[in-house]
Design a protein around this ligand. Structure first.
Ligand code: AMP
Length: 436
């Protein structure tokens, strides 16, 4: 039998723009594979930081792809470097690979467990060796990971919509703190961590996951419609039209309009040829991005009192531009309604939110934000309303069911690598560390 080899290809940009030709795919022969597309952050974007990461260990080769963010990567990295490790990237994912390679355990799966006991933060990992395919979810299950099946093959993916695309069946979510691996075509599971209650990230429900994916047994689209309904219950206002910010506000606006029984209409038209505004790292490009992405639909909004609905407000860039666009195009009144609570605290677990300084709601009152975005009125969904919409109950005055620090400041995992509020994003954190 010939020895199996692992082939590694790293490219910038979208998967479909890179792995799109028969010739390229022919150069990737084999029975199984992992892949990952990581969000751009403010840190250095170099090919070295592109995933998956690969290392040759004394138990064989291993490739690792990581969705999330570690909260102790710098601390671990410093120690590894002191012990003689050489890093070639500034990504926290490489820390995981180094820990696996350094483990004294014999079997790969034991090496992985060894490494996982040392890392902290939000992570969903997929790994590949010459013999096994592995999926891991952090002890709180902050980042999502699901298992599917296509004929006799198992598939791991962040979201169930990926399974739909290839015609695979959704089996179940990987549980919090679970390591699932496929060996000799059978699925095995271990739970090595002390048991914790799951606390998946609420932002997957609000914004990140695709609306056609399933989270916790329910379609994301339905959750978002329910956020919209609850928002309407809490803060309806006299208006002629309910207008979504496409596409992020679509489901919530439909839910809102169904509840208040007012017209839903497209007051903004989206140009589908430009990417999401948020991921442009420079503010100037981000501002231009909104104009490139959306245009007012003058015929629907002229002389109308509008309720404008979006899923979330982060820096306020999008909202500020859109409200102006609507008024410039003849809207009579623009009332902004946001289908999630005020984001007051930055994230450390893999959602690319900015630092506290840039988070509008962390620094301004409701009236000040309303003035900044130039709206007639502004209301956010309350934290209680958000949980009510999801059917969760308050216990001991908190909601322990989800990771919701964005709104509450309740971080389930401490940030060990605390370099101050301005240095919380993963790649910039690590490039700061490696520059020192
Ligand atoms: P902002 O313009 O900074 O207030 O961002 C708000 C817009 O960005 C909303 O339309 C959201 O749908 C979207 N958004 C919120 N959080 C994120 C994120 N982490 N990554 C990308 N887009 C986001």
């Amino acid at each position: 039998m010939t020895e199996k080899i692992i082939i590694l290809k790293k490219r910038f940009g979208l998967v479909g723009d890179n792995f799109n030709k028969e010739k390229i795919l022919k150069n990737l022969p084999g029975n199984y594979a992992i892949g990952h597309n990581r969000y751009s952050t403010t840190g250095s974007t170099t090919l070295r930081n592109v995933q998956p990461f690969f290392a040759d260990t004394n138990a064989g080769g291993i490739g690792v792809a990581h969705n999330g963010n570690l909260t102790n990567a710098i601390t671990l990295r410093k120690k590894l470097v002191e012990d003689g490790a050489i890093f070639y990237s500034t990504s926290d994912t490489e820390t995981i690979v180094q820990l696996i390679a350094k483990s004294k355990r014999k079997k790969t799966i034991d090496k992985i467990v060894d490494a996982l006991f040392q890392i902290q933060g939000g992570y969903a990992l997929v790994m590949l060796t010459q013999k096994i395919l592995i999926g891991v979810r952090d002890p709180f299950g902050i980042r999502p990971l699901v298992i599917g099946k296509l004929k006799n093959s198992y598939i791991f993916a962040s979201e169930t919509c990926a399974l739909d695309i290839i015609g695979a069946t959704f089996l179940r979510e990987v549980e919090n703190g679970e390591i699932v691996y496929v060996e000799n075509n059978s699925l095995k599971s271990i739970k090595p961590f002390p048991l914790k209650k799951p606390r998946p990230c609420v932002f997957e429900y609000i914004y990140f996951s695709r609306p056609d994916s399933i989270l916790n047994g329910k379609c994301v689209y339905e959750y978002r419609k329910d956020f919209g309904k609850e928002l309407a219950r809490e803060s309806d206002v006299d208006a002629d039209l309910i207008v979504p910010v496409p596409d992020s506000g679509n489901a919530a606006a439909i839910g809102y309009s169904q509840h208040v029984k007012k017209y839903f209409d497209l007051g903004l038209i989206r140009n589908h040829y430009v990417g999401r505004t948020f991921i442009e790292p420079v503010q100037k490009i981000r501002s231009l991005g909104v104009k490139l992405k959306l245009n007012a639909n003058k015929s629907t909004i002229k002389n109308k009192k509008i309720v404008l609905i979006d899923d979330s407000l982060v820096r306020g860039t999008t909202c500020h531009k859109i409200v102006k666009m609507l008024y410039d195009s003849g809207a009579k009144e623009v009332h902004v309604r946001i289908a999630s609570p005020e984001i007051k605290f930055p994230d450390f677990y893999g959602i690319d939110t900015p630092t506290k300084k840039e988070l509008l709601a962390a620094n301004k009152s409701n009236d000040e934000i309303c003035k900044y975005i130039n709206a007639k009125s502004l209301k956010f969904l309350s934290v209680d309303g958000m949980y009510r919409a999801m059917g969760f109950k308050k216990r001991n005055n908190t909601y322990p069911q989800l990771t919701d620090h964005y709104f509450t400041g309740d971080y389930p995992i401490k940030l060990i690598d605390n370099l101050g509020d301005d240095k919380v994003t993963q790649l910039s954190l690590l490039s700061t560390a490696s520059n020192n």
